[in-house]
Design a binder for this molecule. Structure first.
Ligand SMILES: *[C@@H]1O[C@H](CO)[C@@H](O)[C@H](O)[C@H]1NC(C)=O
Length: 144
């Protein structure tokens, strides 16, 4: 009986472990949309990077989108961060942190004051209600 329980526990651990590995290998899709319309008709310059990849500089018109996808690593350290630039502003935001983010479709709208993610949690149609402020440390106004 004791060995049955031990085997059951081992099986459960294996199951949890392999599920988390499968999850880590699943491709993530990130989309960024320019919603700066509140601030006027502004194009948004986006530059996203991870430790290994530089996705290059993208210029998004109002309502324009930029998408990329990747497979997170096994040890949950994958992180993508982006700079966002528009007249008078230069901001940073961690667009994907594998240690914290559980999204596989990670769709974001960029507003002047916040970055909001599409949340599927309460609404089957989803809404951009999962909002975060810009990263603190590098927030500054460009002096012109
Ligand atoms: C951007 O999208 C909003 C909301 O859908 C719309 O009202 C607006 O006309 C669009 N602007 C442009 C420039 O496409």
């Amino acid at each position: 009986m004791a060995s049955f329980i031990r085997n059951a526990v081992l099986l459960m651990l294996l199951l949890v472990f392999s599920t988390s590995i499968c999850d880590a290998r699943k491709r993530r899709f990130v989309r960024v949309e320019n919603n700066l319309a509140l601030d006027g008709d502004l194009s948004l310059t986006v530059h996203c990077k991870s430790r290994d990849d530089d996705l290059g500089v993208k210029v998004l018109p109002i309502n324009g989108t930029f998408e990329f996808s990747f497979k997170p690593n096994f040890i949950h350290t994958t992180q993508f961060y982006c700079s966002f630039q528009w007249p008078g502003r230069f901001e940073w935001f961690d667009i994907y942190k594998d240690s914290a983010d559980k999204c596989s479709l990670c769709y974001w709208k960029v507003f002047p004051s916040a970055v909001c993610r599409l949340s599927w949690e309460f609404d089957i149609n989803g809404a951009y209600t999962d909002c975060y402020p810009w990263n603190d440390h590098a927030t500054h106004i460009i002096k012109s």
